[in-house]
Design a protein around this ligand. Structure first.
Ligand SMILES: [Zn+2]
Length: 431
């Protein structure tokens, strides 16, 4: 099996970081962590594990951050034990081609999408932790315990996972739509962490895939809401409008523009700090940098809510005074899980909840995509065969030059370049 992964040897990271200052090519050099190699065929590591042949995978912002080592070593999450390899690609659809003898949910031939990382269900932990018990596996309290790890990810022709990590894709979804269930679910989960109310003033910061899908998700749950978008590039503005944004905010217009849009009061010292009293009711920050977090704190109204949905492993330098001075609510959103019935908005047909009124975010995403209320396939701007993965990563990263939003890898064409001939032992299975 072929796999594209990161070799977590610190020497590789160190050389790529040092040389990456001069040129981004350093992240693709033979010395960099990014590797495309053949992994030895291996037996399934457990009785409920399954082997998937991948069809198609997306390149996510998280993948790009990992490839380009945008990880501050002083951030708390970096304390976690790291495997020797990080397999890339969580936005993936494929077909089950082999199952362990005790698999309960999946059969050979099932079409599946990668849904979960490790949690109580994949470790067969009974009773599950409080979060898994309510379907919120992304914050499982046992997710970092040692145990068998997946082999391979979406950027490869095959991957080996516990069957509970997979979502059975319903009929009626094209492969592209199924591969993009993951970012769709991330956006839905962010929107439902604080459901906007009708006619509220909403700001979505960022117009990458997650930002654009968050616009659509907000429109699903609050069709009357006024959705403003802060986008960086003109082509993103165009797509944001197609996804349902009603207004654009440009960074250069700043706080004065927010005051005009929301009826707030803007105070500014000459060449000094500025303050807005009033502002947006809800802000979804899908970027997560200290710049965007500061904008969110500055532009949210008193007792308004910020949903922090951008995942960055960076330290922030912030002026947090609005949190207490304006009694701002901040809630985080990571990944997806299960959602409560939000009521209204004609959602009954999408909401076949059977678990105390809750439904998995993936199942909700699949239903909304089938109803064409979420259209992640519209975001696909580029497709590459797997052997051109380095080119695909460059196109996904350099958004302005290539006008790229979502870049897909076609995994059916697996012929890899001749440099990728080294055969590796699948170490993760035994760790
Ligand atoms: Zn758990």
């Amino acid at each position: 099996m072929w796999s594209v992964y990161l070799d977590n040897n610190p020497l590789r990271a160190g050389s790529a970081r040092a040389l990456g200052v001069a040129s981004r090519r350093a992240y693709h050099s033979p010395l960099a962590p990014l590797r495309a190699r053949k992994v030895s065929k291996t037996a399934l590591p457990g009785r409920r594990w399954v082997r998937i042949r991948n069809f198609m995978a997306g390149i996510s912002g998280t993948d790009l951050a990992l490839v380009h080592l945008q990880t501050d070593p002083s951030v708390g999450l970096m304390a976690l034990p790291r495997p020797s390899r990080t397999y890339l690609g969580r936005e993936v659809v494929g077909e089950v081609i082999d199952i362990g003898p005790e698999a309960e949910f999946l059969r050979v031939g099932d079409r599946v999408a990668y849904q979960l990382d490790q949690c109580c269900a994949t470790r067969d932990i009974e009773p599950p932790c409080r979060h898994c018990a309510s379907g919120n596996y992304s914050i499982c309290e046992n997710r970092y315990l040692p145990g068998p790890q997946p082999i391979g990810g979406g950027w490869g022709d095959e991957m080996i996972l516990h069957e509970r990590q997979l979502f059975l894709v319903p009929d009626g979804l094209a492969d592209e739509q199924a591969a993009l269930l993951e970012p769709s679910a991330v956006a839905l989960h962010a929107a439902l962490r604080h459901q906007p109310q009708p006619e509220e003033n909403v700001l979505v910061i960022g117009a990458g895939s997650i930002g654009l899908l968050t616009i659509q998700a907000v429109r699903v749950f609050a069709p009357q809401a006024n959705v403003t978008v802060l986008a960086r590039h003109p082509f993103q503005v165009e797509m944001a409008t197609r996804m349902g944004a009603t207004r654009m905010l440009y960074v250069e217009d700043g706080t004065a523009a927010v005051a005009r849009m929301t009826g707030g009061r803007h105070y500014r010292r000459r060449l000094g700090p500025e303050l807005l009293v009033g502002g947006f009711d809800v802000i979804y920050d899908t970027v997560g940098s200290d710049t965007t977090m500061q904008q969110a704190l500055q532009w949210v109204r008193g007792r308004g809510t910020i949903v922090q949905a951008g995942m960055r492993l960076e330290r922030m330098h912030l002026d947090p005074t609005p949190i207490w001075d304006q009694e701002v609510n901040i809630c985080g959103a990571i990944g997806h899980g299960s959602e409560s019935w939000p009521g209204g908005a004609g959602l009954a047909s999408s909401w076949s909840a059977d678990n105390g009124g809750r439904v998995s975010t993936f199942a909700l995403a699949a239903a909304l995509i089938r109803e064409r209320r979420l259209t992640p396939q519209r975001l696909v701007t580029h497709r590459f065969p797997l052997r051109e993965v380095r080119r695909a990563v460059e196109v996904a990263r350099d958004k302005a030059t290539h006008r790229s939003i979502k870049v897909l890898l076609d995994i059916r064409d697996v012929a890899m370049p001749s440099e990728a001939v080294e055969e590796l032992q699948p170490v993760e299975a035994s760790e």
